[in-house]
Design a protein around this ligand. Sequence first.
Ligand code: SF4
Length: 261
Amino acid sequence: MNLLPLQKGVLYGPIASRRLGKSLGINLMPTDYKLCSFNCVYCHYGWTKVHTLDAEAYADDMPRFDDVTGAVGNALASELEFDYLTFSGNGEPTLHPQFASLVAQIAEMRDRYRPGLKIALLSNSSGLNISEVKESIRRIDVPVFKLDAGIEGIFKDINRPCTGINLKDITANLHSLRGFIIQTVLINGMPGNVEEEDLDAYFDLVEDVRPEGVHIYSIDRPVPNEAIARVLPGKLEQIAELGKNRTGIDFKAFFLRQEAY
Ligand code: SF4
């Protein structure tokens, strides 16, 4: 099995998503390399090629505003069936310099053509430092933010953020939002995040930011760092139960090999 190939256009799918039903993906990042503010040890797209928080210099490699709205408009006007439009793709979508305007325009198009459709975002949370990005989250029906650790050192070892990103700021930003989902990838090995003290700190942090729910996963595909290993479904279930009891928040465990990706 190989790493996942990069998405080759603005739209991809619809894919049968584990939590979003039929989801039509929107890729705002370049199509021939991964651009992200993180370089997670488990990223299915492989190592990050352009590791930055400031993507302005790479804007020419990203789809233009009209290309994105044109592609989404065509999909909305077509017979294609999908339940969600999901900002995700080859890196961190909120790094697109026009992310906030694109969300506003696409939400307007959705209201006009398919009012029942939901808009989702899969984000690593680092873009929330930008005020327009943070403001745009209220237009997204299902914002999903990555949070893999409650300890700064583990966050750095697993997510390998670029300079200027720390867990404290991410937590503060999440704390000021409401109605979002946390997505967590749990892994064994070096680095890992499932030792008792790791989980204790993580549950405290989840309790502090008060998401609507938490989705926990492990890995099921090849990953760039071979020193990490999968957390088995039974253990994920136990951790979800523990999280629910500790925080009062709805934790759900997803088993990657038993469902369509
Ligand atoms: S944040 Fe997402 S795209 Fe970026 S490196 Fe991590 S898993 Fe990959």
